[in-house]
Design a protein around this ligand. Structure first.
Ligand code: SAH
Length: 254
């Protein structure tokens, strides 16, 4: 098989935060596959075919990309942020695992990108300086019970928590429920960061206390980062505070 599939993380939005490796794979591709708004971030190139798709059909999109590669095309399948974090790289390997055995002979490469949690962390200070985890609040692919169990364990264990997919029109209630769970285990003054469209023109970042966090602030372009009991705020005159988590902790969260 001569085809190639590059699964490319585009970063959080700003072109400068896309890696040179990603740019190279995008430029070399004969075919671009991905969610429409993500494809729109890739500069047009003559002779290159584009296959935009809907947001929800990830496995189908992965199979489509694999079929194109199997037909000898040089395909770039795009994801936002990092391609392996709640994104298309897993969908591709699921498709290979269950699909046409000849797909195992394809040249598949995953090209990493800057995940939203890293872009958000860099904007506000160093919240991920100690142990942390990432949880997707979408229950399209897992039961809500599992989310509840993980939130509880993460808060009890003292992890800083990056919440991906905190809300969508189809799932308006989940972030409110998640915050209510976290309030049971974390102090009311724990910093919570709502970061929307980070590194994009309409970026908005709000830092609030867990006790006052309003779930309606989040939409599907928002990452919500919840500090641990060790996470600190450095107040600054006339500017947003810096948020950081010290590298060592002497007291353990409850
Ligand atoms: N692979 C992506 C995540 C895809 S899941 C990554 O590594 O970043 C989609 C979720 O990512 C969104 O609901 C939001 O929570 C988060 N996200 C992606 N880009 C973002 C950005 N620029 N600003 C804030 N959150 C973002």
């Amino acid at each position: 098989m001569t085809g190639r599939l590059a699964i490319v993380g585009l970063g959080p939005g700003a072109p400068a935060l896309q890696t040179p490796d990603a740019a190279e794979a995008l430029a070399a591709a004969t075919d671009l596959v991905g969610y429409g708004p993500y494809l729109d971030r890739v500069p047009a190139r003559q002779g290159q075919r584009r296959h935009p798709s809907d947001n929800r059909e990830e496995l189908e999109r992965a199979r489509h990309a694999l079929s194109l590669a199997a037909a000898g095309r040089d395909v770039a399948l795009v994801s936002s942020g990092d391609a392996g974090v709640f994104a298309m790289a897993s969908a591709v390997f699921e498709a290979i695992d269950e699909g046409d055995p000849t797909w195992r002979r394809l040249d598949v490469e995953v090209i990493p990108g800057i995940s939203a949690m890293f872009a958000v962390a860099a904007r506000i200070g160093a919240p991920l300086g100690h142990d942390f985890c990432a949880i997707s609040l979408s229950d399209n692919l897992k039961p809500w019970d599992t989310v509840v169990r993980r939130l509880t364990a993460a808060a009890q264990a003292g992890f800083v928590i990056a919440l991906y997919n905190p809300a969508s029109k189809a799932r308006p209630r989940q972030l409110g429920d998640a915050l209510a769970i976290l309030r049971r285990f974390l102090p009311a003054d724990t910093p919570v960061v709502f970061a929307t469209a980070v590194t994009q023109p309409d970026e908005r970042i709000d830092i609030v206390a867990l006790g006052a966090a309003d779930p309606n602030r989040a939409d599907m372009r928002t990452l919500v980062m919840v500090g641990s009991a060790a996470t600190r705020r450095i107040e600054r005159p006339g500017a947003a505070p810096w948020i950081y988590t010290p590298r060592s902790e002497r007291t353990v969260a409850r």
